[in-house]
Design a protein around this ligand. Structure first.
Ligand SMILES: Nc1nc2c(ncn2[C@@H]2O[C@H](COP(=O)(O)OP(=O)(O)OP(=O)(O)O)[C@@H](O)[C@H]2O)c(=O)[nH]1
Ligand SMILES: [Mg+2]
Length: 292
């Protein structure tokens, strides 16, 4: 979770017992790894219940921790349905500025295309011309269609157009890119809520996926982002981005424990294939610094 997490666990427990002192030190380590205090306490409590014999080694704590985190994360595993009966399959992607929305959309769109689905990307970021240009660049690379709103126009109207006017085009997937917004900006969050309402008006099943991208380097603020966005649009899936630049995965453990929301995938690079479905076991091994 932190670089050298495994070594830190060893340092705390080597030649010592699992007692209040070592557990306190361990709790501190969890909090430093971006796990919120409540969740860290819960993990410690569960750890206390595990009986470590006289001859225990730090590795035993690692294994116990792995089991505890697995219990938190496994119920959150969810897969994007690239092949589904719903046509078009509508995905709305949201998140704070720079959290990786546009890049993630390209990655997901490419997966739909690989499954022979026709994809429409919708540039509902009408604030910045550069935003739709970035999406357009991706659309060319992966051979997806794109619909752009005029700069300064109401993003909800372009979203309406994408799902209402273009339904007859038989798109397998329509993926909507929204402007980055701070979860603390009520006006911008209201605008996101409006986009969602417009979709629901056309078909209450829309969007089939409402995805939030969370930058893995964000730290504990990420939990606030998820909670706040979820008030405006019911989140159906979380994607943790930039996992390649941060060894810290504590953020996701907190989010899973506190919100129980599904986790769809992990972004681990800037390239089109740098995306993995979320697999709790694989994720835990990577954050705890284990090889297998
Ligand atoms: N290393 C790494 N970089 C990423 C990843 N995902 C996105 N990025 C980079 O992060 C930066 C921001 O990504 P965008 O996809 O533009 O983020 P965004 O949320 O669309 O940004 P705004 O639209 O400005 O809010 C870009 O430089 C991306 O290449 C990832 O998984 N790993
Ligand atoms: Mg963007």
């Amino acid at each position: 979770m932190l670089r050298g997490f495994k070594e830190s666990v060893s340092k705390i427990f080597l030649n010592r017992r699992v007692d209040q002192d070592t557990l306190n030190e361990f709790e501190e380590l969890l909090i430093k790894s971006d796990i919120d205090i409540d969740t860290a306490e819960k993990i410690i409590k569960k750890l206390e219940l595990k009986r470590f014999g006289e001859n225990f080694i730090p590795e035993n704590v690692q294994t116990a921790l792995e089991e505890i985190i697995l219990e938190i994360l496994t119920p959150c595993e969810k897969k994007i349905e690239y092949i589904n009966s719903e046509t078009p399959f509508v995905l709305l992607v949201m998140g704070v500025n720079g959290s990786g929305k546009t890049t993630t959309i390209a990655k997901i769109a490419n997966k739909f295309i690989q499954k022979n689905k026709k994809v429409l990307l919708v540039a509902a970021d009408t604030f910045r011309a550069a935003a739709s240009e970035q999406l357009e660049e991706w659309s060319k690379n992966i051979h997806a269609d794109i619909l752009k709103g005029e700069e300064g126009s109401d993003p909800a109207s372009i979203v309406f157009k994408s799902v209402e006017d273009l339904r007859l085009e038989k798109y397998g997937a329509i993926i909507i890119d929204t402007a980055g917004r701070l979860h603390t900006r009520n006006d911008l969050m209201d605008q996101l809520g409006k986009i969602n309402r417009v979709l629901k008006k056309i078909d209450e099943k829309f969007p089939h996926e409402a995805i939030i991208t969370i930058d893995a380097t964000t730290g504990q603020n990420a939990l606030k982002q998820v909670k706040e966005f979820n008030k405006y649009v019911e989140i159906s899936g979380i994607i943790l981005t930039k996992f390649d630049t941060s060894a810290s995965g504590g953020t996701l453990i907190s989010i899973a424990e506190k919100t129980k929301l599904p986790i769809l995938g992990i972004g681990n690079g800037e390239k089109i294939n740098d995306f993995n479905e979320f697999d709790a076991k694989v994720f835990i091994k990577s954050i705890l610094g284990r090889e297998n």
